[in-house]
Design a protein around this ligand. Structure first.
Ligand code: 4NP
Length: 162
């Protein structure tokens, strides 16, 4: 079976495309392409159709990771299309769950930083209005979080109660 992951941030041009492409990089490294597949989306529509932010792309490139994809907006149909939905920050988490008023998908919506093994962060900080160091930090943090989540998914290919 294949587990489908959806990474979600606000604009889908910085954090979630980084998470998606970092996870794909780890999946390729470990030859897990048959078991885990990824996508990303934003809770907002401002950047729909845009490629990843140039500053984010540069920071990823410095770690040997290419960012590909185009922004799209998260919608309620995504709850059925994905096994896990990973929010970057608490506002993303709330905005995702606002589209699930009955709470039937709640347990499959997770905070990606809960899977970090070396960083104490609880959220992936929004780098959009800051300097280049913020983009570099997002890549480092997401490498940690995605490694942790990939190991988790291999143990829990189907969501079970936390
Ligand atoms: P992201 O970053 O949610 O990580 O893609 C942002 C992108 C755009 C904006 C804010 C954050 N914006 O305000 O346009």
């Amino acid at each position: 079976m294949t587990t489908r992951l959806l990474f979600v941030c606000l604009g889908n041009i910085c954090r979630s495309p980084s998470a998606e492409n970092i996870m794909n990089y780890l999946i390729a490294q470990r030859q897990l392409g048959e078991r885990v597949v990824c996508d990303s989306a934003g809770t907002a529509s401002y950047h729909v159709g845009s490629p990843p932010d140039r500053r984010m792309t540069q920071a990823a490139k410095a770690r040997g990771i290419d960012l590909v994809g185009r922004a799209r907006q998260f919608n309620a149909a995504d709850f059925d299309r994905f096994d896990y939905i990973l929010a970057m920050d608490r506002q993303n988490y709330r905005d995702i769950l606002a589209l699930d008023p009955a709470g039937q998908h709640r347990d499959r919506v997770r905070m990606i930083c809960d899977y970090c093994r070396t960083h104490p962060d609880r959220e992936v900080p929004d780098p959009y209005y800051g300097g280049p160091e913020g983009f570099t930090y997002v890549i480092e943090l997401l490498l940690d979080a995605c490694e942790g989540f990939l190991d988790y998914v291999l143990e829990h290919p189907v969501a079970t109660a936390r």
